[in-house]
Design a protein around this ligand. Structure first.
Ligand code: UDX
Length: 456
């Protein structure tokens, strides 16, 4: 813990697991570096302040109803329009109170997707730094949307795209790897993407949960495009000892995962998780279940309640499915993922390729099977399989035969062995970035100096 810096930071996370977790990790990190932390949150998925006694909390009222959950772009649009005045009032009051205290507010750090916070911060003369919880390659793709639209790479009603074509500006991404979301109002998504990128370009800097060496060409291009300081200081979770419990997610983990893993052979288990948002159909679920069973490898599978469309939990499984596997399969509702990934029994990770999962995985050197669902997951999959070459791609909707074949390829064949070697080399690289003189270590020092230099 470093000496207190006499400066307070206001953090405003987007209320989703994949965004709150990295923002909280950043909060802990900056706290250990001597900053005081205030978190503004909403009544939509709020954290329990008693679990974070060293942070100060303020709550805003969203008042969401079920009909607001039409799709992700609609939700993002509402996040940016419904609480503008409440947020301005809250921030104004915090600034006023701070002006009468010994501890000035240095800046606001808000999620990349909260584009409205830039103009609110500007109007209060408070610098804003954006936190991009996903990777640089996907961010570069989002920031290139206007030109992609002009060149006809983005789908429009009636357009016929060659989805296999490599996008000239963003190799090796193909048209089908662009960070798109299947939704009712694609124009709304386009608007949210452009606003988020533009407002980040107007910010006082962007923090990435990434590593310079991992995405160096993309970070170079982003620095040219954004013209504001960019700080890749990830992986955030590795600033804390593994399993230190410094981050308490919104969901409670099933601790039987670890006792079950303790009973498995080293390097034998396929860990399966599709993150906190993605859903699958009943038939996709059953193909996955049979693919795992037929691979004959042990598996630990996170099936969130509600993840299978039309089902509460795992009712579609044939009766006796797990029992017939003789203990070779374990299904839970939520796992302590960072601990699972670091467990010596885990040999492969079948993932939806969310950025947090990808980073957590890179740090443990576990080969991946990537099955992207939406948005940046397509970009991450392409980088895992074709740039870093630490995993295989598996299309959503694959049959049990393809699933079994992919698992066997990764765990039993030569190609899998090469992937394992590359994964372990990348793990070592990731480890070095936090050591003194390493890239994230240096960017973190730069970030702290930058924050202290900001004048509000
Ligand atoms: C979403 C999008 O899906 C993703 O593409 C984007 O990059 C961030 O927002 P999510 O689906 O939540 O993310 O996936 P991911 O980014 O991988 O984050 C999931 C987090 O939940 C990880 O930190 C993971 O460790 C944690 N997790 C997941 C658990 O702790 N237990 C679980 O069982 C599953």
């Amino acid at each position: 813990m470093e000496e207190r810096k006499g400066r307070r930071l206001i953090l405003f996370p987007l209320p989703a697991v994949g965004h709150i977790n990295p923002m909280l990790e950043l909060a802990h990190l900056l706290y250990t570096k001597g900053f005081s932390i205030t978190i503004i949150q909403t009544d939509f998925r709020s954290l329990n302040p008693s679990k974070y006694p060293h942070f100060t909390f303020h709550s805003l009222f969203y008042g969401f109803s079920r009909s607001d959950f039409e799709d992700i772009p609609t939700l993002l649009f509402l996040f940016n329009t419904r609480i503008v005045e409440a947020f301005r009032e809250c921030l104004g009051k915090l600034l006023h109170d701070a002006s009468e205290s010994e501890e000035p507010i240095a800046c606001l750090i808000s999620d990349f997707w909260y584009y409205f916070t830039q103009s609110v911060a500007d109007s209060l003369h408070l610098p804003r730094i954006a936190l991009r919880t996903a990777g640089s390659a996907s961010t570069l793709a989002l920031a290139t949307f206007p030109s992609l639209k002009d060149k006809g790479y983005l789908p429009t009603p009636g357009s016929q795209l060659n989805v296999e074509e490599v996008v000239a500006e963003l190799p090796p991404l193909r048209v089908k790897d662009l960070p798109l979301i299947n939704c009712k109002h694609p124009e709304k998504y386009y608007e949210v993407v452009c606003s988020s990128a533009n407002e980040s370009m107007a910010s006082s800097g962007v923090i990435f949960n990434s590593i310079e060496e991992l995405e160096s060409p993309e970070l170079t291009k982003l620095r040219q495009k954004f013209s504001v300081p960019i700080f890749p200081i990830g992986p955030f979770h590795k600033y804390f000892p593994s399993g230190s419990g410094s981050i308490d997610s919104l969901v409670t983990s099933d601790e039987t995962c670890i006792s079950w893993l303790n009973k498995q052979e080293p390097n034998s288990v396929v860990y399966v998780s599709f993150g906190s948002v993605a859903t699958i159909s009943e038939s996709e679920f059953l193909e996955a279940a049979w693919g795992l069973a037929n691979s004959e490898h042990p598996f630990l599978w996170v099936v969130r309640p509600g993840m299978i469309s039309g089902s509460e939990w795992v009712e579609p499984l044939p009766s006796g499915f797990l029992e017939n596997l003789g203990g070779r399969g374990h299904i839970v509702k939520w796992a302590p993922q960072q601990q699972v990934m670091a467990h010596p029994a885990v040999a492969a990770f079948w993932t939806h390729s969310g950025w947090n999962s990808t980073m957590e995985n890179i740090c443990e050197g576990v080969p991946m099977i990537c099955m992207p669902f939406f948005g940046d997951q397509f970009v991450n999959t392409r980088y895992v399989s074709h740039v870093w070459k630490i995993g295989l791609e598996l299309e959503k909707g694959s049959s049990r035969v393809e699933i079994e074949r992919t698992i066997r390829k990764l765990l039993e064949e030569n190609e899998g062995k090469e992937i394992r070697e590359r994964s372990s080399n990348l793990k070592e690289k990731a480890k070095r970035c936090h050591e003194q003189g390493g890239s994230s270590y240096c960017f973190l020092e730069d970030l702290i100096a930058h924050i202290l230099s900001l004048e509000s």
